[in-house]
Design a protein around this ligand. Structure first.
Ligand SMILES: C[S@@+](CC[C@H](N)C(=O)[O-])C[C@H]1O[C@@H](n2cnc3c(N)ncnc32)[C@H](O)[C@@H]1O
Length: 221
């Protein structure tokens, strides 16, 4: 990972504005718009196909209020959630159970604060699709860098069919609104972009316009 390049990305105008957008949403809304966006049943089912989970380590990138982290914790993973907005992490911490207690870290993923290669699995529900195409390889390299050899990457992201509430546009593959960037992918593009870093185990598109992708990190040559 090129730390100076990642820092440059983190400080880019669009991502600074994006972080403000999240801060405002978490400060002002009672329900965040993505609260029901990603399919927990898909996550549970996919985790069930992975094999041993107990004692393994999982990272939730952009943990928010910890929905994904709770599912990972329940499935047996030692779970760490990272988010650069503090407020939802308080909610996430308060909803931890007695049996599984995910750890939440307040930091920018692009300032990657962990050792490389320590996680067995990374979950990304809603970060990838806010990364500009030009920064995608750096992002995916960082995600892969978090993982042990052949670690899993579970991704939920916008398909080109996703529409925001009231949105009338017919076709677009990106959008900036409310100061943040959205990327909409076709299956073909997604496969092309992910393939150099990960082997795609499965890819499904749900009715809400989200792709749910299960991947294994490619071994380095
Ligand atoms: C669309 S929300 C999804 C939240 C959560 N995964 C869920 O499904 O409920 C994206 C989350 O990622 C966080 N986020 C976005 N970019 C990030 C970054 N570079 N580093 C850390 N957190 C980030 C935001 O603050 C926000 O909580």
């Amino acid at each position: 990972m090129d730390k100076s390049k990642l820092r440059q990305i983190a400080n880019d105008e669009i991502y600074v504005s994006q972080r403000k957008y999240y801060q405002e949403i978490y400060n002002n809304e009672t329900d965040t718009p993505w609260e029901n966006a990603f399919d927990t049943e898909w996550l549970k089912k996919t985790l069930g196909t992975i094999g041993r989970r107990s004692g393994r380590w999982a990272l939730e990138i952009g943990a928010g209020s910890g929905r994904g982290s709770m599912t990972l914790g329940k499935a047996g993973y030692h779970t760490v959630g990272i988010d650069y907005v503090f407020k939802p992490l308080v909610t996430a911490t308060n909803r931890r159970g007695e049996k599984f207690r995910p750890l939440f870290v307040h930091a920018d993923f692009f300032e990657y604060p962990f050792k490389s290669g320590v996680f067995d699995l990374a979950l990304d529900w809603g970060v990838f699709h806010h990364i500009r195409r030009g920064d995608t390889d750096s992002y995916l390299e960082t995600v892969k860098g978090t993982l042990k050899k052949e670690g899993r990457y579970l991704l939920g992201c916008f398909s080109e069919k996703f529409r925001h509430k009231g949105e009338k546009r017919r076709k677009r593959n990106w959008l900036i609104h409310h100061g943040h960037y959205d990327r909409f992918s076709t299956r073909e593009e997604l496969v092309k972009v992910l393939n150099p870093f990960f082997i795609i185990e499965s890819i499904t598109e749900d009715v809400g316009g989200f792709y749910l992708v299960h991947m294994t990190a490619r071994r380095d040559q």
